[in-house]
Design a protein around this ligand. Sequence first.
Ligand SMILES: [Zn+2]
Ligand SMILES: [Zn+2]
Length: 241
Amino acid sequence: MRGQSIAAAVIETFLPASCALCEAPLPAGARGLCPSCWAGVVPDASPRCPRCGAPWADGPATVCPACAEAPPPQEATAVWGEYDGVLRRAILLAKHGGHDELVRPMGRRLAALVAGQPWTQPIDAVVPVPSHPFHRLRRGWVVAEGLAREVACGLGRPFVQGLRRQGLRRQAGRTRAVRRRLPGRAFTGSARLRGRRILLIDDVMTTGTTLRRAATAARAAGARAIRCAVLAAAPEPRRLP
Ligand SMILES: [Zn+2]
Ligand SMILES: [Zn+2]
């Protein structure tokens, strides 16, 4: 409802609703996707490195070569789906199209993934990776935060706003190669993370650099165990919108 006028809310209640993706009719007052579009939002079961979440043929039995050589600060990374197809379109609608009603159902899917991980039990706090301040102003709704609230609720663990973003350089639209060259200190962790076993939540993982920086900041703030869960991971190197 945030950012909407009362008039818009009234129109939405009385006009026939339609699916945000295919425009199929929805029950009166409903928002979001129709059942057949939700059926296209599917998890990705392909093998991934248990530590960094990158595609890796021997996962989850062993870590990928990159993690074997230089382990990232997080102990584990779980990925729900591929950032492609209907899932990608749904995330973009939630991020930029004002369809914040899509966040809770996606968050429930992520919560179910986390609940099935071997490391689920010792989690003291669910922490969103904060989005860029410019995005915050423009969107009014922050997808990673909504997902983290839903996961926290699903696991019965506290939601903690434990990281703050620094700097003003935008990541969206940059290629992987450019992202890797960006300066390293993108987040600061709050004292609320000290001594806690945390679960970091983000909506989209492209190179994994953002997640690694968030985990590094959480570690520097004294978090004693860091696991990550992301809703969608980019399938291949490319320029993302
Ligand atoms: Zn639809
Ligand atoms: Zn790895």
